[in-house]
Design a binder for this molecule. Structure first.
Ligand code: ADP
Ligand code: MG
Length: 312
């Protein structure tokens, strides 16, 4: 059985309120295990607590309580080793404007105590496509280039676990491809465990072996991507009936809802039932179709259904 690259137990974080703001409970007791060698997705809407969790892993935010083990090292018992095991690309573009990319990597390597002979600054700059900007000041770099540099910084100490917080939010296609290409290579060729947060379901679907969903500071689901997506196969055909709209189509596994605007919403599971079968049932019921459109669940629906499930 694979080891856990990261193990999180009963993790809580309450931010102290500033001024009149009340304290904010950002993580309410999260348990999470990330298998070694996986590409692991942390999904959740804005404010779910993803960055808080990531920043606790990175040592940037102090947890309120709970236990965090990185690569077998308890963060509180072996802070140095646990920090050395993980590289984090933060969501915020927090770069010192007076460093060049090469300079920033050398400083970072120094912070982590990487001996000169083991530094691979040029190789890493090459990998993220910043070789020709190696001596440019960070403040002259575009947003995309700064992100590349943040990824490079996360890699200087050759961590076992790479964490990327919303790496593709607001980036162009070229940069997104570069990021995913690098992530796949690091995972496949070096066996690096990768954790990424995103609120793009599609992206998680493409990249991740396993997914955990955070909602309001709590984990509401964790499963292999395949199993999780299996739960998300609900589809809805919305039919505007021309005639026979009072009839109810009868088909197994199809739920019919009559909406106020006079349309019929037929919800089914694409894994079990085809749209063709649903439409057949509609015709059998004597309903003539004036218009039809489809609705697919988005991530928001998934959260809703999961949180409903979680609270009964
Ligand atoms: P996500 O990354 O999933 O969008 P965050 O971890 O950034 O979520 O935020 C979780 C919750 O904690 C949000 O309600 C956010 O407003 C709050 N929060 C985050 N950082 C701070 C902070 N430094 N002080 C107070 N509240 C914070
Ligand atoms: Mg965030």
């Amino acid at each position: 059985m694979a080891r856990d690259a990261i193990r999180i137990e009963s993790l809580r974080k309450t931010y102290g309120g500033q001024g009149k703001a009340p304290p904010k409970e950002a993580l309410t007791g999260v348990d999470l295990a990330v298998p070694e060698g996986s590409v692991f997705g942390l999904l959740g809407p804005n404010g779910a607590g993803k960055s808080t969790l990531i920043n606790i892993l990175a040592g940037l935010v102090t947890k309120t309580s709970g236990k965090v083990t990185i690569w077998g090292f308890d963060q509180d018992v072996n802070p140095r080793q646990s920090r050395a095991s993980i590289g984090v690309m933060p969501q915020e573009l927090n770069l010192d404007p007076f460093f060049t990319p090469r300079g920033a990597l050398e400083v970072q390597a120094g912070l982590y105590g990487v001996p000169k002979a083991q530094r691979r600054s040029d190789e890493i700059l090459e990998m993220v496509g910043l070789s020709d900007k190696a001596e440019a000041y960070a403040r002259t770099l575009s947003g995309g280039m700064r992100r590349r540099l943040l990824l490079a910084k996360a890699l200087v100490h050759h961590p076992h676990v790479l964490v990327l917080d919303e790496p593709t939010a607001g980036v162009d296609i070229e940069l997104r491809e570069m990021l995913w290409e690098n992530v796949r290579r690091l995972n496949r060729e070096r066996g690096m465990t990768v954790i990424l947060t995103t609120h793009y379901l599609k992206e998680a679907e493409e990249m991740c072996d396993e997914i955990a969903i955070l909602h309001q500071g709590a984990k509401v689901a964790q499963d292999s991507t395949r199993n999780l997506l299996g739960q998300l196969d609900a589809r809805t055909l919305v039919i505007d009936p021309e005639e026979g709209g009072d009839a109810t189509p009868d088909a197994q596994g199809v739920e019919t809802e009559r909406r106020e605007d006079g349309t019929l919403a037929l919800t089914y599971h694409a894994n079990d039932t085809s749209a063709e079968e649903v439409l057949d049932a509609v015709r059998r019921a004597g309903i003539r179709i004036r218009d039809v459109r489809t609705e697919q669940p988005d991530l928001e629906d998934v959260f809703l259904s999961l949180t409903r499930g979680a609270h009964g």
